[in-house]
Design a protein around this ligand. Sequence first.
Ligand SMILES: *Cc1c(COP(=O)(O)O)cnc(C)c1O
Length: 305
Amino acid sequence: MVDSVAKIWMNGQMVDWEDAKVHVLTHTLHYGLGIFEGIRYYDTPDGPAIFRLTEHLKRLYDSCHICRIEVPYAWDTLWNAHLDVVRVNGLSDGYIRPVVYLKDGPMGLLVKEDHPVGVFIASWAWGAYLGEEGLKKGISAKISSFCRNHVNAMMSKAKVNGAYVNSILAKREAIQAGYDETILLDTEGYVSEGSGENLFVVSGGRIKTTPLTSVLAGITRDTVMTLAEELGHEIVETRFTRDELYIAEEAFFTGTAAEVTPIRMVDDRTIGEGKPGPITKAIQDVYFKVVKGQDPRHRDWLTVV
Ligand SMILES: *Cc1c(COP(=O)(O)O)cnc(C)c1O
């Protein structure tokens, strides 16, 4: 269960946690067309600070644009609402989940321009998504029998609610089989990403990540690419196969929820030495320093609430 907090921002108002409800005929609940984001805020020396809010909010609007959903609130309104949700609930660090959804209105698959649209922004405490132990020691992953959505079947640049059926099917399959997370291949058989994480490998001393085709353009992916370059590494965005992953020196997941999580095993093959490698550890270390405001660089990524 999610530990409740006091308030949720819903359609322009701060409402009590128990009162943040939708009708059963909420369109998004039936057909999955809705947009969400996942954002974290961390305890910094200046107090709680939201990490890369500008980029997350931009992606929220972009996702809506892709899906032709008109966000009924101006940028500044939603920006301030995110800050208010953090302030009012008084946590020093946590997760923020804005959702743009189609309210109850006409049913059926023809969504008209004037379909009523709602927005809520919830926040709760959320520790290491793949476990504290996973962050430290690395996790195991299984290549899924499910493919990542084809680029023309689902819009991969948009965080669309309905797209996560694909992720849930893959994740449950992997967990059921005894692994910690899943890795999906794209419809051509190349490595794509995790259920909600981008994927990096260190191969021949170079860092590789999947290009922005079948994968979501992760903000953590972008952060890690920047930080890795500052550490002096070259990053190559290129397709690679599952067997290249098997023989990689290092591998890791990135995501707002998963942060930087090392991968120690894929399909029962040890990755590198079966523990977080030196490049992964260095990137993870600088990532946590940056998000927690303990690094003088990239302070512009932090919005103190
Ligand atoms: C949200 C998400 C990610 C990670 O994106 P971040 O912006 O880093 O949180 C990666 N892949 C998928 C499929 C996602 O939904």
